[in-house]
Write a protein that binds this ligand. Structure first.
Ligand code: ADP
Length: 484
């Protein structure tokens, strides 16, 4: 079974349009988080291998920048169609290396493909300007040009979509790139390279290396100055390190970092909708999402009923191997992820939180944790300040709107906030007061390729998706023209 899932998937480095081994044939294992078993060995790039990938991107850059927008549009649309044609095989591969249930993997591939369709359209809209200088006598011509070779570093939680939302705009803008996926989930990205090659991406335009030494392989690339752009999705801790490294050669940077999303339920909310929303915002991707509801603040008049309903629904979810029919919740990605959830729950309970459902891992192989609802979680619990990245919903009561906004904003993060209320004035007032790049108003999912995704404060810099997404890969050139 496992053999057939990964059988035809490439496991080498993709450099200059060719599949090549790592230096000295080095490899590392990829595990299935539902069983803990090895499913493949993939190439483990050395710093020299990584530099070869960047060199290929640098070499391909001038010719790619000279392609027409229509050529780049066609490549992206072909890749979009190929992803849909192969969705079943790709979903099985993703579930096997990452753990999410098959229906969620299909959802991610659809989402991933949509970035290609979106940026195929954006490629055709790259515009410029021509303007009379207000002082007279001259004209301004404003043109957009690709930033240049880009390093794209992606996480394991959305192994394909976090790639396409960087690769899509890079291709649309005319930038070549080197992709470094997370070592836990390299296979989906390697399969994507095959799709891109078939879609007509010229040799060297997109390159990919997999490595266990993330820092050792990427730092020389960043410090070399050969890459002109770094786009990173991952933890705030690593983002800070990469920003420091990028300062040396003043790289353009886009940073999608950690979140600590508040989910606020006011007394005038529709209770049923709010519970369904909290479940969705919490459990999407088993809670392993930077947009996951991390702190659920419920008005004190509703919290008991809210907690009872949420516990009932969370307790009814089926936990198991994501490839099995009817499974709602897969395993966490690895032992470290499981350990983090265990210790955050122990800390909250130690500080007085009550377990309404779950609160323990599932015995046996794999990295499974039971969907958990905690209530009365104190605001000084560790999970109030750290991303849980697991299926644990912590409920905390509040009494006034001011208190809810203060609690929601009491974090160094600012990615997304969720608000459930039926009072229009309150909805707008609170949406404006929340310190986050995105707000879900009576809506539990904000990720949408057509909207600008991104955070403020220590959740990041820049936006992905929307019209803004391609801006991150374009420079503005102004040409001043004398008329006389
Ligand atoms: P997570 O905690 O979700 O694994 P990370 O920020 O550690 O998030 O990882 C996100 C991506 O960053 C992965 O591709 C990982 O390999 C890479 N990464 C981790 N540490 C470094 C580092 N020091 N330099 C560059 N990339 C890194």
């Amino acid at each position: 079974m496992t053999q057939s899932v990964t059988g035809s998937v490439p496991r080498q480095l993709f450099v200059g349009g060719r599949w090549v081994d790592a230096e000295a044939g080095a490899t590392f294992p990829v595990l299935n988080p539902a069983t803990g078993e090895e499913i493949a060995q993939v190439a483990d790039a050395s710093p020299a291998d990584a530099m070869a990938a960047l060199d290929a991107a640098v070499e391909a850059q001038p010719a790619f920048a000279a392609t027409t927008a229509l050529e780049r549009h066609e490549i992206l649309m072909t890749a979009f169609r190929l992803l849909h044609e192969r969705i079943e095989d790709l979903a099985l591969l993703m579930t096997t290396e990452m753990g999410k249930p098959l229906k969620d993997s299909r959802g991610e591939i659809t989402y991933a493909a949509e970035f290609f369709r979106h940026f195929a359209a954006e490629a055709l809209r790259i515009d410029g300007g021509y303007q009379a200088a207000p002082q007279g006598g001259a004209r301004f011509l404003v043109a957009r040009q690709p930033v240049g070779p880009s390093l794209l570093i992606t996480p394991w939680n959305f192994p394909m979509a976090m790639g396409t939302r960087k690769i899509g705009p890079a291709i649309a803008a005319g930038c070549t790139s080197v992709v470094k996926p997370a070592h836990q989930t390299p296979l989906s990205m390697l399969a994507l390279m095959d799709v891109l090659r078939e879609a007509g991406v010229p040799d060297g335009v997109v390159n990919c290396f997999t490595a266990t030494d993330a820092g050792g392989t990427t730092e020389p690339l960043i410090r070399s100055g050969k890459a002109r752009k770094l786009s990173f999705t991952g933890s705030t801790r690593v983002g800070r390190i990469l920003l420091e490294q990028s300062a040396e050669k003043v790289l353009r940077t886009s940073m999608e970092l950690g979140g600590n999303a508040p989910f606020v339920v006011f007394e005038d909310a529709d209770l049923e909708e709010a519970v369904a929303g909290a479940l969705q915002a919490k459990m999407r991707n088993m809670g392993e999402a930077c947009t996951a509801a991390n702190r659920i603040y419920v008005h004190e008049s509703l919290i008991e009923e809210f907690g009872a309903r949420m516990a009932e629904q969370m307790g009814a979810l089926t936990v198991g191997d994501g490839t099995h029919e009817g499974v709602d919740v897969g395993p966490l990605v690895d032992e470290a992820g499981l350990e983090k959830v265990r210790s955050l729950v122990a800390d909250a309970v130690g500080r007085g939180a009550t377990v309404l459902t779950g609160g323990e891992q599932v015995e046996g192989p794999g990295f499974f944790y039971r969907p958990t609802v905690l209530t009365g979680v104190p605001t000084d619990a560790r999970m109030a300040g750290e991303e849980i990245f697991g299926p644990v919903a912590p409920l905390t009561p509040f009494s006034t709107e001011e208190e809810a906004v203060r609690l929601a904003n009491d974090t160094e993060f600012g990615l997304v906030s969720y608000v459930f209320t039926n009072d229009l004035r309150r909805a707008l007032r609170v949406a404006e007061a929340l310190e986050s790049g995105m707000v879900g108003l009576n809506q539990a999912v904000v990720s949408n390729p057509y909207a600008p995704f991104g955070g403020i404060k220590q959740s990041g810099l820049g936006r992905e998706g929307g019209a803004e997404g391609i801006e991150e890969f374009l420079e503005t050139k102004y040409v001043g023209i004398a008329l006389s």
